[in-house]
Design a protein around this ligand. Structure first.
Ligand code: SF4
Length: 447
C-alpha cells in the first residue's frame, strides 16, 4: 500500500513558442483537468488539489511551484516538450509523475520506454483512473492505466470510457476564472460577450467512430457519449450564477450530430438562461431544423469544419462532406444570422496549387457572407493518432524516422507529410495560409 497522499498537482504545460491560438489560448481554463480535480476533491476531500495552468503561468513558475507527492500532467502534441521538462523537475522533487491527455493517450508505450522518469500514463478519460491512482489501488486494477510492473515490463490495462452521467458538475474553483475573462476582454473588447467559458455536452464523434475519421483528425475520444440535456443546463446555470458567464463554448466534437439530443436540449432550456453559445458543426449535419434549434438556444457562432474548397481534396480528406453541403450550411447560418467561423486545413492528401486556389476562392466567398466573422487556416499536422500519421508510418523511410518516438518537431512532421502526400510544396501552403488569414479580421492558425 502506498502512503496517503496529501497533495496532488495537475498541470497544463505551456506551449513553447506559440502565441497564435488567439481566440482559444489563454481564455479557457483546462476543462479536462478541472473535471479530474473535481472528481479527486469530491472523492477525497482531505487531499489538496491544485491546478497549474500554463495558459497563465510560465514554465519557470510552474516548475518552481511543484511540490506535490503526485503530479498529473495533461499533454498534447504542442505542449509535450514543456510537459517533459515539468515531469523531470517534479521527479527530481520526489513526486510520482503521471501523464494523460491526447498525446500521451496515443503514445503511452513509446513514452514509458523513452522516459524512465515517468511513472504511468492514463489513456483516455482520466477522472476515475486518477482517483484510483491517488487512493493507492493496485496498478493492475486501475482502468486506462499504462505502467511498469515490478519487473519493469510495460503493462497496459483495459481502456474504458467513464459514464458521463456519473461525473459531478465540473467545479471552477481550482483556478481564478477572472484571469481568463480579463485576458479575453483585453484582447477582444468589442465582442458582444465578456465572460466566455468552456463546457462539453458530448464526447466523441460518430463519424470518427464509423470511419476512423477525417485524415487530419487527432482527437482522442472513442465512441459517442452525450450528457443529459438537464445535466448540461444545470452546469450552465451554475456558471451563469457563479461567474456571470455570457458565452458558453461547447467543445463537443460535433454539437449538431444528434437531432434528438438537440431538440431535447432546446426543450429543457430554462427560460431565464440565455447565454450565447459557440459550437462545432459538420456541414452535412446543418439542415434547417438543426440551424433553427441553434438559433433558439441563442447560438452566436458556429465553427464549421470546411477543410477544403476542392471537391477532390475534400473527398481524399475523408471528411464525408461535399462543397454543396458546405455552401448550403453556410447560407443557412447566414439566413438565421448565426456567425460562421469556417475552419480550413491546407495540405490534405493530393493538395496542389489548383486545389489551393479553389480553397482560397471558397474562403473568399464565405468571408463575404453577412455572418462571416473569423476563420481558422491550418497546415495539416499529422498528429500521432491521426490517420495521416498512420499513412506516414507506412512509408519505410518515414517509419524508420518516426516509429518508436514520443517527441516530434511538428514543423518537420508537417514538411515530411507535405513532401510525400501533397503536390504543392510547404512554402506554397504557407503562402495560401497567410493569404486566407487576411480575408477576415480574426484570422487564426494552429501552426
Ligand atoms: S475532424 Fe471532426 S468530424 Fe472529422 S473525425 Fe475529427 S471530430 Fe469527427
Amino acid at each position: 500500500m502506498r502512503p496517503l497522499t496529501k497533495k496532488i498537482q495537475l498541470v497544463n504545460p505551456p506551449i513553447p513558442g506559440f502565441s497564435s491560438l488567439e481566440l482559444v489560448k489563454n481564455y479557457f481554463a483546462p476543462l479536462g483537468l478541472l473535471s479530474i480535480a473535481t472528481c479527486l476533491s469530491s472523492k477525497m476531500p482531505s487531499v489538496e488539489v491544485e491546478i497549474l495552468d500554463g495558459s497563465i503561468l510560465t514554465l519557470g513558475e510552474i516548475k518552481r511551484r511543484l511540490e506535490a507527492e503526485i503530479v498529473g500532467i495533461s499533454t498534447n502534441s504542442f505542449n509535450y516538450p514543456s510537459a517533459l521538462k515539468i515531469a523531470q523537475t517534479a521527479k527530481k522533487k520526489g513526486a510520482k509523475v503521471v501523464l494523460g491527455g491526447v498525446h500521451a493517450s496515443f503514445l503511452p508505450v513509446n513514452i514509458l520506454r523513452n522516459r524512465e522518469y515517468l511513472d504511468a500514463i492514463v489513456v483516455g478519460d482520466g477522472e476515475e483512473s486518477m482517483v484510483d491512482y491517488v487512493q493507492g489501488k493496485p496498478f493492475s486494477e486501475i482502468k486506462n492505466l499504462v505502467y511498469r510492473d515490478e519487473e519493469k515490463k510495460i503493462r497496459m490495462n483495459e481502456v474504458a470510457n467513464v459514464d458521463l452521467s456519473k461525473l459531478p458538475v465540473i467545479e471552477r474553483k481550482f483556478l481564478d476564472q477572472s484571469l481568463y475573462f480579463e485576458a479575453f476582454q483585453k484582447d477582444y473588447p468589442n465582442l458582444p460577450y465578456k465572460k466566455p467559458i468552456a463546457i462539453y455536452s458530448q464526447k466523441g464523434c460518430p463519424w470518427r467512430d464509423k470511419t476512423g475519421g477525417c485524415v487530419f483528425c487527432g482527437r482522442m475520444d472513442k465512441g459517442f457519449r452525450m450528457r443529459s440535456p438537464k445535466q448540461v443546463w444545470e452546469e450552465i446555470e451554475y456558471l451563469v450564477k457563479s461567474y456571470e458567464v455570457d458565452l458558453v463554448w461547447d467543445v463537443a466534437d460535433c454539437f449538431t450530430t444528434s437531432k434528438d439530443w438537440l431538440s431535447a436540449f432546446l426543450a429543457s432550456k430554462p427560460k431565464h438562461l440565455n447565454p450565447l453559445f459557440m459550437v462545432f458543426a459538420r456541414a452535412d449535419e446543418l439542415d434547417e431544423e438543426r440551424v433553427k434549434i441553434l438559433k433558439e438556444i441563442n447560438c452566436y457562432r458556429v465553427i464549421l469544419g470546411v477543410e477544403s474548397g476542392d471537391e477532390n481534396v475534400l473527398k481524399r480528406s475523408q471528411k464525408g462532406t461535399t462543397l454543396q453541403q458546405i455552401l448550403s450550411s453556410a447560407k443557412l447560418l447566414e439566413e438565421f444570422r448565426i456567425n460562421t467561423w469556417p475552419s480550413f486545413v491546407l495540405g490534405l492528401p493530393g493538395e496542389s496549387e489548383k486545389s489551393l486556389k479553389n480553397t482560397y476562392s471558397l474562403a473568399k466567398f464565405l468571408s463575404s457572407l453577412k455572418n462571416a466573422e473569423a476563420l481558422t487556416v491550418s497546415v495539416l499536422i499529422p498528429f500521432p493518432g491521426s490517420k495521416a500519421f498512420a499513412f506516414m508510418l507506412r512509408m519505410p523511410k518515414l517509419a524508420e524516422k518516426y516509429l518508436g518516438r514520443d517527441l516530434f518537431d511538428l514543423e518537420e512532421l508537417q514538411k515530411d507529410w507535405v513532401r510525400y502526400f501533397c503536390h504543392a510544396d510547404f512554402a506554397c501552403l504557407k503562402e495560401y495560409q497567410e493569404k486566407m488569414l487576411r480575408l477576415v479580421p480574426h484570422g487564426t492558425r494552429l501552426i
